[in-house]
Design a protein around this ligand. Structure first.
Ligand code: FRU
Length: 354
């Protein structure tokens, strides 16, 4: 079994996740214990009796004043190699921090769908109270998400969709819309003609497919016969791949007017390749994510011409989780909005897209 090297741990609860995924042992999950309880007793021994706050023993004859056990949320992140995902976990951690009755167990699938599938199985075995998952790919995660949901555990799917609707709620921005807005922006910025390179996100993940579909809709190639996508490649959301693909594009095409990358790391990788051959000034670069310290900074630094915000949904996930755990119903889909950032709109914090 692949051993996760970087698991964001939060409190003692997270250590169980570490112990169980490192050893490959599945928690038996019998006896109704929650992951939190098992965390305190990784050897499987009985949990020690709870002491009253402050460590004092309860007075004889009186019931111990034990605070309610925290609700355990298992969070499976598809990787932590990309700044956007680190930010999502941070947003979740921050939002949960003020709720003493919540504990979040973070797991990192290191960009491996099989590892991520096992996360969900482990969360079910540990009988966590709620699962958050930001899947790497749609197809391999569809069944484990459905199984957890059928086992009676509420599941919140974040940012990348799965293939069916057996989960509690989906939280994310509309990637077709973002792609469409990017396409419209590009058609206009190029005055309806030019050579485009499209560097796609992982095409087995929903945002990659949606950002491509929307882009074509926004470009309206039938109305703009002089706009052409001259090169496209799947860079799988990764900057080094984008850089390599752009090197090929530059070698093959003497004229490239614009790069549309499905995320900001991809756009930055393409810019680095163009800069290496001193062609970066002749090319416009379009990205998606708009993290303040990443895409927005690239716009400030004149590396990107535009980036579209892709909110992480971390705070919204904790908000929805609290409602679900309190027995409230939440909508099946919680759609997050987006904003466009260009040099002209930076000062006002970007421009809202309706
Ligand atoms: C991070 C990321 C973001 C992108 C999102 C799409 O893994 O690649 O850059 O917007 O995933 O799911």
């Amino acid at each position: 079994m692949k051993v996760p090297v970087s698991i964001r741990v939060w409190g003692v609860v997270a250590m169980t996740a570490l112990v169980s995924s490192c050893s490959g042992q599945k928690d038996k999950g019998e006896g109704g214990d929650k992951a939190a309880d098992q965390a305190a007793t990784p050897t499987g021994a009985e949990a020690p009796a709870a002491t009253a706050p402050g460590g004092s023993q309860p007075e004889a004859g009186k019931a111990p004043a034990s605070p309610a056990a925290p609700r355990v949320i298992g969070m499976s992140q598809c990787n932590l190699g990309e700044p956007w995902r680190v930010q999502m976990n941070e947003d979740i951690r921050k939002a949960a921090e003020s709720h003493a009755d919540l504990k979040v167990v973070f797991k990192d699938a290191q960009n491996d769908s099989l590892v991520q599938r096992s996360h969900l199985e482990e969360f079910v075995a540990q009988k966590v109270d709620l699962i958050l998952v930001s899947p790497k790919e749609a197809a391999p995660l569809t069944e484990p998400v459905a199984k957890a949901y059928r086992a009676g555990i509420p599941v919140i799917v974040l940012d990348r969709a799965v293939l069916q609707d057996e989960y509690t709620t989906f939280i994310g921005a509309d990637n077709v819309k973002i792609g469409r807005e990017a396409g419209k922006w590009v058609a206009q910025a190029l005055g309806g003609k030019g050579a485009i390179v499209e560097l796609k996100g992982l095409m087995t993940s929903a945002p990659g497919q949606d950002r491509h579909k929307g882009f074509l809709e926004g470009l309206e190639l039938d109305k703009h016969p002089d706009l052409k996508i001259v090169f496209d490649a799947d860079m799988q959301w990764l900057e080094p791949n984008a850089r390599r693909e752009m090197e090929s594009a530059l070698a093959r095409h003497r004229k490239i007017d614009l790069v549309y990358a499905h995320n900001d790391p991809g756009a930055h990788g393409a810019w680095l390749a163009a800069k290496q051959t001193s062609r970066e000034k002749a090319i416009k670069f379009v990205g998606i994510d708009a993290l303040p310290h990443e895409g927005v900074q690239y716009v400030k630094d004149s590396i990107l011409d535009v980036t579209f915000q892709y909110p992480t949904g971390g705070a919204e996930a904790i908000d929805a989780a609290r409602k679900i755990l309190a027995g409230e119903t939440v909508p099946k889909k919680i759609e997050l909005s987006t904003r466009l950032f260009t040099k002209d709109t930076l000062a006002q914090g970007g421009q809202a897209i309706q």
